[in-house]
Design a protein around this ligand. Structure first.
Ligand SMILES: *[C@@H]1O[C@H](CO)[C@@H](O)[C@H](O)[C@H]1NC(C)=O
Ligand SMILES: *[C@@H]1O[C@H](CO)[C@@H](O)[C@H](O)[C@H]1NC(C)=O
Ligand SMILES: *[C@@H]1O[C@H](CO)[C@@H](O)[C@H](O)[C@H]1NC(C)=O
Ligand SMILES: *[C@@H]1O[C@H](CO)[C@@H](O)[C@H](O)[C@H]1NC(C)=O
Ligand SMILES: *[C@@H]1O[C@H](CO)[C@@H](O)[C@H](O)[C@H]1NC(C)=O
Ligand SMILES: *[C@@H]1O[C@H](CO)[C@@H](O)[C@H](O)[C@H]1NC(C)=O
Ligand SMILES: *[C@@H]1O[C@H](CO)[C@@H](O)[C@H](O)[C@H]1NC(C)=O
Length: 434
């Protein structure tokens, strides 16, 4: 008998290799389950058939995107860009430098670019830099005579588990991504999104597609030129055990209703945000507003460069006014605010002295979400407002439709008496007072 290689080594040699991606290409991507992304936005695909969400253009077709990939640059940086016709953000870039294994992501909805933390860009960016590192995980049968190869990779940078399905010749067919991270202090979500590739076009993509806006992504957006120091009533929905404003986002009454109404209407929203109370705070603020930071989790993680001024924008962001409403009054739509820790006044400091930008004066009232949503009728009011408007407004979401809900929300805070639509202040143990 002739000498042969051991069978196990032969099997290893015969393993299919990860696909070699073209140097540059564009491809259409449709996502049949983008629940996690829509989740954050307050729009859940399960709700697509409901009259509340049906009118929303975000739900009007399958989520789709164009993905651009360029691995031909002279400095070796792999540049990727996704343009999405659904969800937020509308555009995201992922840059990967193999020499130092450095990865960076940036995103924007309107003219409001922000860097994203690589380990929490799961729902927002899109990345194929790991493909050469993936390993063969067996064949799959996709149809009567269609076999495909499956490659897997667990990415510790982006906290994603990936499964890539290609033809036996290495053409991209499907990608499953599962976010394996968890926002601190919130429920664990491991949603899997299935992406399907179509219409691959090989060849150079315009270099300008990778021009990431400097303002917001690389340089802080300057604060608004005019400002004052004022006392404001701001609202925050939060889990009962976390009652601070540090690195958290708040809203005025209109802004909070615009957040709460779609969020309480969608199935399973509590898994992501886990809030069960709403608090009204009095906050002293320097109104030289900065760029709004997207802060999530407890302790909060804030996305963006602004670390001193209180951020402001129109709920969900918009292209209709400059900077998504950072320096406009937003009286019709309401505003969202961000309270990055770097601007918080220390004991004894005041925003008027220019050493800090916000001071929590007191938590005026905390009510149970259940009281607001069920007992005094916020859920019913939200449904009524959205149905009267013919459905949830599509992007940019800035149309104000919540007069009925706003009254329910304000009444809940105005009195302790259920007969007047009030919700009782929730008593807190001293240890929970911050
Ligand atoms: C992608 O989005 C950018 C910014 O909105 C736009 O300028 C560009 O035309 C879009 N490209 C495609 C192919 O949709
Ligand atoms: C990695 O390379 C990128 C692009 O050249 C650069 O911006 C970044 O600072 C580098 N990171 C480190 C840690 O050297
Ligand atoms: C990008 O190009 C480099 C150099 O040719 C190659 O080693 C790497 O595998 C490519 N990356 C992808 C994701 O195709
Ligand atoms: C992700 O992949 C790793 C490595 O294969 C595995 O240990 C882990 O259980 C996976 N996590 C999820 C949530 O699928
Ligand atoms: C991402 O990394 C930062 C900095 O290392 C860390 O504070 C944060 O908890 C991480 N986020 C997640 C979702 O793992
Ligand atoms: C819903 O669609 C209808 C018909 O296109 C339109 O008249 C209405 O203004 C839309 N409602 C909202 C809230 O955008
Ligand atoms: C909401 O109330 C304001 C002020 O009373 C009014 O101007 C506006 O038209 C109302 N909007 C809707 C959608 O009913």
């Amino acid at each position: 008998m002739a000498a042969t290689l051991p069978a196990t080594l032969l099997a290893v040699l015969a393993l299919p290799q990860p696909p070699a991606l073209p140097r540059s290409f564009s491809v259409r991507i449709s996502s049949s389950d983008s629940s996690s992304q829509l989740h954050q936005l307050g729009l859940h695909p399960l709700a697509a058939s409901s009259p509340f969400f049906a009118n929303s253009s975000i739900m009007s077709g399958p989520p789709a995107a164009t993905f651009f990939f360029d691995n031909s640059s002279t400095d070796g940086t792999l540049r990727q860009r996704i343009n999405q016709s659904y969800g937020l953000p509308s555009t995201a870039w992922t840059l990967y430098t193999p020499s130092n294994a450095s990865m960076r992501t940036y995103a924007q909805l309107a003219d409001d670019c922000r860097p994203l933390p690589v380990n929490f860009s799961a729902f927002l960016a899109f990345d194929l830099s790991w493909v050469p590192l993936s390993t063969f995980a067996g064949e799959v049968v996709l149809g009567p005579s269609m076999k495909a190869n499956r490659f897997v990779y667990s990415d510790t940078r982006t906290l994603n588990n990936y499964t890539l399905v290609t033809t036996l010749h290495g053409q991209l067919l499907e990608l499953y991504s599962t976010f394996i991270g968890k926002l601190p202090g919130t429920g664990s979500v491991s949603p899997t999104t299935k992406h399907t590739f179509g219409g691959l076009v090989e060849g150079p993509v315009p270099a300008s597609l990778f021009d990431i806006p400097v303002q917001g992504c690389f340089e802080k957006v300057p604060p608004c030129p005019n400002g004052d120091v004022v006392l404001m009533d701001l609202y925050l929905a939060h889990p009962h055990q976390f009652t601070y404003l540090d690195n958290e986002d708040t809203a005025d009454a209109k802004g909070d209703v615009t957040f709460l109404c779609p969020d309480i209407l969608q199935p399973g929203s509590s898994a992501f945000n886990l809030y069960d109370q709403v608090s009204r705070w009095q906050v002293e603020i320097d109104t030289h507003w900065g760029q709004y930071e997207q802060c999530n989790g407890y302790p909060g993680l804030c996305f963006g460069l602004e670390d001193y001024f209180v951020g402001r924008q129109i709920p969900y962001g918009t292209k209709k006014v400059p900077l998504s409403g950072q320096c406009t009054p937003n009286t019709d739509s309401g505003s969202w605010f961000s309270h990055t820790l770097g601007g918080k006044c220390l004991d004894g400091q005041r925003p008027s002295e220019g050493t800090c930008t916000w001071r929590p004066v007191k938590r005026e009232k905390t009510i149970a979400l259940k009281c607001l949503v069920e007992d005094v009728g916020m859920l019913t009011a939200c449904k009524a407002d959205i149905l009267a408007a013919g459905g949830l407004p599509g992007p940019p979401f800035t149309k104000w439709i919540y007069n009925t809900s706003l009254k329910v929300f304000q009444d809940a805070f105005a009195s302790e008496n259920p007969d007047q639509g009030g919700c009782p202040n929730v008593a807190l143990s001293p240890s929970e007072e911050s």
